[in-house]
Design a binder for this molecule. Structure first.
Ligand SMILES: NC(=O)c1ccc[n+]([C@@H]2O[C@H](COP(=O)([O-])OP(=O)(O)OC[C@H]3O[C@@H](n4cnc5c(N)ncnc54)[C@H](OP(=O)(O)O)[C@@H]3O)[C@@H](O)[C@H]2O)c1
Length: 299
């Protein structure tokens, strides 16, 4: 195993702390090391696509943090690099590997909720530091890209198709970065989804999948234990609640196992590039919709 940083001392001290055999003072040096098979990219958002492509072209498989890219064109460039190199690129939506999400999707698809009407989602936390890359417009900042991408990805997973229409409003800061975002999606099959994301309110997360017969509520859909509270799935029939037991697992471990199976056995990765492309396309549309509505209300 190896780690790279722009700062060789930082790389070396991280390697020593975590028992990693090799450290490199540049990302290129790590990519040039032939013993690396897979690279995990945990850089700020604006660097994801470029380094994913460089890693693929160096013959490495890639697990890249979300969002995989900031434009659909960049996702297509990643796909082209993946096809050329025969290496896999996967977006690190760890929560989609958690048994609570797999169970929720199963219940929604198997009719346990009746015909699906609505997906409702929330994900926010507070950002206080002005230098945080998440609020830097040059680094792909904004709560939509950072945490809004989670409920959007889950709504698309439930729908199993791409939205035909989106609407959005946001509170932008003085640099044009959204600190609070609300969005709505309309899917061709009729399903509606709405979500909010933000950096201006303390930790909140929740998903409701609403069907005509029942509603499924996930209390900590994105960061369950050990990052947050234990996973909870509650099925509401009217005012009657049934708790559904789900295992508490490390979803980061599960995402690595999924990628390992894709590399070694050729199993299709749970998060493929079509899914990532659809997500980025939706996020771009939502961002544009919020900016357009902001422009019209400001005028
Ligand atoms: N899936 C999840 O659970 C999860 C959780 C948190 C974050 N994320 C995602 O992971 C990514 C990184 O987030 P993070 O919180 O780890 O970010 P971070 O600590 O701000 O940055 C990660 C590293 O990127 C490197 N870097 C390279 N160019 C940089 C630049 N121009 N400015 C700042 N840093 C730069 C730095 O490492 P060196 O200087 O050492 O090279 C820095 O330590 C984001 O895309 C975020 O969305 C995912």
């Amino acid at each position: 195993m190896a780690v790279a940083s722009r700062d060789p001392d930082r790389a070396a001290s991280f390697a020593a702390e975590h028992g990693i055999a090799r450290s490199f003072g540049s990302y290129d040096a790590l990519l040039a090391w032939p013993e690396v098979d897979v690279v995990y990219i945990s850089l700020p958002n604006h660097l994801h696509a470029g380094w994913t492509i460089r890693a693929l072209e160096s013959g490495k498989h890639v697990l890249c943090e979300k969002p995989l890219a900031l434009t659909v064109k960049d996702v297509d460039a990643i796909r082209a690099a993946s096809d050329r190199s025969g290496r896999i690129a996967v977006e690190a939506f760890m929560y989609l590997h958690h048994p609570q999400i797999l169970r929720a999707l199963e219940l929604a698809r198997d009719g346990a909720l009746g015909p699906l009407e609505l997906v409702n989602g929330t994900f926010s936390f507070l950002i206080g530091h002005p230098g945080d890359p998440r609020i830097d417009p040059a680094m792909g900042g904004g709560s939509l890209w950072d945490v809004g991408c989670y409920p959007v990805s889950l709504a698309r997973r439930v729908a199993g198709e791409e939205p035909v229409q989106v609407a959005a409003f946001a509170r932008f800061d003085e640099r044009g970065v959204d600190r609070t975002f609300i969005g709505q999606l309309h899917f061709p099959g009729g399903l509606l989804a709405q979500f909010d994301s933000g950096f201006a309110a303390p930790d909140r997360e929740r998903i409701e999948i609403v069907g005509r017969d029942a509603t499924l509520v996930l209390g900590s859909p994105f960061l369950p234990a050990p990052d947050g509270p234990p996973p909870t799935l509650t099925l509401w029939h009217g005012r009657e609640a049934t708790t559904i037991d789900v295992a508490s697992v490390d979803h980061y471990h599960a995402e690595v196992e999924d990628l390992t199976a894709a590399i070694l056995d050729g199993t299709p990765p749970r998060i493929d590039l079509d899914f990532s492309r659809g997500n980025i396309a939706t996020l771009v549309k939502l961002d544009r919709a919020a900016r357009a509505s902001h422009g019209s209300t400001a005028a």
